[in-house]
Write a protein that binds this ligand. Structure first.
Ligand SMILES: [Zn+2]
Length: 136
């Protein structure tokens, strides 16, 4: 039996830079705007001249809610927090939140990403994703 591994919920979304979570985005060389998740085409100006960038997993809370029912294909625990964080790089990302109680959150509060376990897959590996929580 093999040792359980930690596998990302989807490859190419996030990485760990010596303990700091980065989101794998891109920046358009034509209009300069960042994007996440990474795409070969700029969603703002349709340019295909985009370069990969690593976006720091830090920002401020912009919006949030609590999810009480598991979405299709989701095997993690419910309820969980879900919201929008405006990254320091200047774009808003949709994200899981570690705090499911919306009353404990405030607009504009500093947030930072962590890599958290979601569930165990059929191979016994731990499926992980990025998730934001208030900056300690
Ligand atoms: Zn563009």
């Amino acid at each position: 039996m093999s040792t359980p591994r930690r596998v990302p919920v989807r490859s190419g979304l996030f990485d760990d830079d010596a303990g700091d979570v980065v989101l794998l985005g891109a920046r358009c060389r034509t209009c300069g705007r960042p994007q996440f998740p990474r795409s070969a085409t700029c969603p703002y100006c349709s340019s295909v001249d985009v370069e990969p960038v690593r976006l720091a997993g830090v920002g401020t809370l912009w919006g949030w809610t609590t999810v009480h029912t598991a979405p299709p294909g989701y095997d993690g625990p419910v309820p969980f927090g879900f919201g929008v964080v405006e990254l320091s790089a200047g774009l808003r990302v949709i994200t899981r939140l570690e705090i499911g109680d919306g009353a404990a959150l405030q607009f504009g509060q500093p947030m930072q990403a962590a890599i958290v376990a979601l569930h165990t897959d059929h191979d016994g590996d731990t499926v992980v994703t990025y998730s934001f929580a208030p900056t300690p």
